[in-house]
Design a protein around this ligand. Structure first.
Ligand code: ATP
Ligand code: MG
Length: 312
């Protein structure tokens, strides 16, 4: 089980006078139990990948902690141990493979690095079984180089690798966004096989219908802050935050909508100024907002459902 506790990341970019400080992740809390999938949604720039990267120890938090079975992941100094338990899959699967290896060599290396105790013949049987589970045929893929496979096949290979490693946590960051609709479903189904073995999965997506299809829980982020979270059923059947409502209303044309709604730098600066004055970050875009919308804290509105809005 993995937990984010008051997780915060501040980026300092630019030099001296043009120094730019962005709180990309702002005191975020969530927990993903064994065999649970948590969807992390929010528009471009809301801090989703930054959270994923911190969970993979690719970025250090500026504040707060990530606890894996109650242990701060940054206190696990043995990276080999850590990455045998926690893995990431990203939008572009090509970058996760060594292009000079054939697929069977990649799986051999997984055994050598992480599962030496398993005999070669048993390992080969497992590889075949796991490939079947993710909808791939061993004969079709094992003898191929990475560039000879499609994006959807590679994403499923990465899921197969995670299955073979018995990972405890998987960070899946926009893993279906480069795929066509039918391949997307195959990849989501493969992800469900990881859930079956008890992995805790962070599913980062722009696509709320995909989030609904496979997740148990959801965290909605707006400019680094959680505006609404809880069980996927409750949040979808009774969205309360004006931002979540806007997202759910725009499901059919979500991609286009977000393209239009991308946060501009000015918007970001305006919100930051509002935030500094203690006002809600969503104030510029909210239909319910008034001058009294002070910085909201997440509050329990029903069992397994939290909302950060002073109007609710
Ligand atoms: N290395 C960095 N240095 C400075 N700022 C960064 C860095 N990485 C991310 N940011 C900023 O942090 C904020 C959150 O970025 P992040 O990549 O986490 O967003 P995201 O929700 O994953 O967006 P997308 O949906 O476009 O992938 C953005 O404002 C981004 O510009
Ligand atoms: Mg991202």
């Amino acid at each position: 089980m993995i937990k984010a506790k008051d997780l915060t990341k501040v980026f300092n970019s630019g030099l001296l006078l043009s120094k730019n400080i962005i709180t990309a992740v702002d005191e975020v809390n969530f927990e993903i139990g064994r065999g649970e999938i948590l969807a992390l949604v929010g528009e471009s720039g809301s801090g989703k990948s930054t959270i994923g990267k911190m969970m993979l120890k690719l970025l250090k938090p500026s504040g707060g902690q990530i606890l894996l079975e109650d242990k701060d992941i940054f206190s696990i100094s043995n990276n080999k141990e850590f990455y045998s338990r926690v893995q990431g899959i990203f939008q572009d699967p090509y970058s996760s493979f060594n292009p000079i290896f054939k697929v069977n060599r990649i799986f051999k290396l997984v055994r050598q690095s992480f599962k030496k105790e398993i005999s070669i013949s048993e390992w080969n049987d497992r590889v075949e079984e796991v490939l079947k589970k993710v909808g791939l045929n061993a004969g079709d893929v094992l003898n191929k180089y990475i560039h000879q496979l499609s994006g959807g096949q590679l994403q499923r290979l990465l899921i197969a690798r995670a299955l073979l490693m018995d990972v405890e946590v998987l960070v899946a960051d926009e893993i279906t966004s480069m795929l066509d609709a039918s391949t997307r479903v195959d990849v989501l189904e493969a992800l469900l096989s990881l859930k079956e073995i008890g992995a805790s999965i962070l599913f980062v997506t722009h696509d709320l219908s995909q989030a609904y299809y496979i997740s148990d829980k959801i965290v909605v982020l707006y400019k680094g802050s959680v505006v609404e979270s809880g069980s996927i059923e409750k949040v979808f059947s009774n969205p309360m935050h004006p931002y979540t409502r806007m997202l759910l209303d725009s499901i059919p044309q979500l991609d286009r909508k977000w393209e239009e709604d991308r946060i501009s730098v000015e918007d970001f600066d305006k919100s930051r100024a509002a935030w500094k004055e203690g006002l809600c970050k969503y104030i510029d875009r909210c239909s319910l907002a008034d001058v009294n919308c002070m910085r909201p804290k997440l509050k329990l509105v029903e069992e397994d459902h939290y909302v950060a809005c002073v109007k609710i």
